[in-house]
Design a binder for this molecule. Structure first.
Ligand SMILES: NC(=O)c1ccc[n+]([C@@H]2O[C@H](COP(=O)([O-])OP(=O)(O)OC[C@H]3O[C@@H](n4cnc5c(N)ncnc54)[C@H](O)[C@@H]3O)[C@@H](O)[C@H]2O)c1
Length: 364
């Protein structure tokens, strides 16, 4: 489908028009899930715009042109058809101008710049959802990506997180996800409707911060799991690291946001995402290589070599968590999080991941 400037005449009865902001591995899968539903549900406009950070491919062609010609994101999700109603658009302002449902799904380090560009450019009645894992650490404290979106754009923002390795959902293997919403259950149900398919089951919980912190913090734990794999320490050690990690995730979340619910950690966004990320995700994979190389090759170098343009989130998340812990005097309460960052920066060897003495993090 060629990009059209105004396709509203195509289905006049729609109420909701969706734009996906981001087109990496997960962004492309999210667009595919959404596009299958907007075609089937009458309240949604068929077309799904997908903003693409434009790149020139080795063939000399623009990524956007190739996506619109082949209906595939040949760089970030090769071999998967996105749906003919997905329209790639390299112009951020144009991509969002008609949309009242905005799906944010880019690596978190780009979110501040994207929000700055979108300020004053979106519909006043727009609702947002963030699939972005990570947070911004500012002088005044941590700022979750959903808060960044809400504050900069003046709109409500829900989140969707879960045990969701994109390539597995792309080939329609069964999985689950969690929507975290703030107040409005109707809005949450609309997001659930937009994402749910027979192979992707979405549940809503009223706990934005809990869901978002689960999705963010597990990437730091996945680095710890990768170190354990690289050092060939076996399954008992890895399970211990995952348990300690989950406990620190819960304690950290509840210290920052006392409203966070314990039950959120048992949703897909919690323990299930932690397990899948520690078994199969990219953070685990690169951390394993880091440990195998004795910490002598940097994460930047390994990321560039192993991920073909995809971004690691765990290293920056570990740094951001460490900054919060150091600023608040909590380092000793979170030995796993602190150690992960110190291994990433080369201050400690990878073997230090099992060398700290266990302390009980306070959860209140
Ligand atoms: N891939 C997964 O399995 C998965 C699953 C769940 C959640 N997530 C989360 O989804 C978010 C997006 O990840 P992804 O996998 O879609 O991305 P990705 O790592 O596959 O791709 C990187 C993306 O960043 C874009 N980019 C590069 N430079 C940019 C810039 N300067 N400004 C804006 N964009 C730029 C690239 O074009 C590409 O679309 C992340 O927060 C990630 O943690 C990923």
């Amino acid at each position: 489908m060629a990009p059209s400037q105004d396709s509203s005449e195509n289905n006049a009865s729609y109420t909701f028009k969706v734009t996906v902001i981001g087109s990496g591995n997960w962004g492309s899968v999210a667009a595919k899930l959404i596009a299958s539903n907007t075609l089937a549900l009458t309240s949604f406009h068929d077309e799904v715009r997908m903003w693409v950070y434009e790149e020139t491919l080795p063939s000399g062609e623009k990524l956007t042109d190739v996506i619109n010609r082949t209906n595939e994101n040949v760089k970030y999700l090769p071999g998967i058809k996105l749906g003919r109603n997905v329209v790639a658009d390299p112009d951020l302002e144009n991509a969002v101008k008609d949309a009242n449902m905005l799906v944010f799904v880019t690596p978190h380090q780009f979110m501040e710049g994207i929000c700055r560009k979108l300020t004053g450019k979106i519909r006043a009645d727009a609702e947002a959802i963030s699939l972005v894992k990570g947070m911004e650490v500012k002088m005044e404290g941590p700022c979750m990506i959903s808060s960044l979106i809400s504050q900069q754009l003046g709109i409500n923002c829900s989140v969707l997180m879960g045990a969701n390795i994109a390539n597995e959902i792309a080939v329609e293997k069964f999985s689950e996800a969690t929507v975290g919403y703030r107040h409005n259950k109707d809005v949450a149900e609309r997001w659930v409707q937009l994402f749910t398919t027979p192979y992707f089951i979405v549940t809503a919980v009223q706990d934005v911060e809990g869901v978002e912190l689960c999705g963010t913090l597990k990437n730091a734990v996945a680095l710890a799991a990768g170190f354990v794999d690289g050092l060939e320490m076996g399954n008992n050690t890895k399970a211990a690291i995952m348990r300690l990690g989950l406990r620190e995730m819960k304690a950290f979340s509840k210290l920052l946001f006392p409203s966070v619910n314990d039950s959120t950690f048992f949703e897909s966004c919690g323990v299930a995402d932690l397990i899948t990320t520690c078994l199969g995700g990219r953070n685990r994979k690169v951390a394993e290589a880091f440990a195998k190389n004795g910490g002598k090759r940097s994460f930047d170098e390994l990321e560039a070599e192993m991920l073909q343009g995809q971004k690691l989130q765990g290293v920056s998340t570990a740094r951001e968590v460490y900054e919060v812990l150091a600023h608040r005097g909590w380092l000793e309460l979170f030995p796993l999080f602190s150690t992960v960052h110190e291994i990433c920066t080369g201050r400690l060897p990878p073997s230090a991941i099992v060398e700290y003495s266990e302390r009980q993090p306070r959860s209140s």
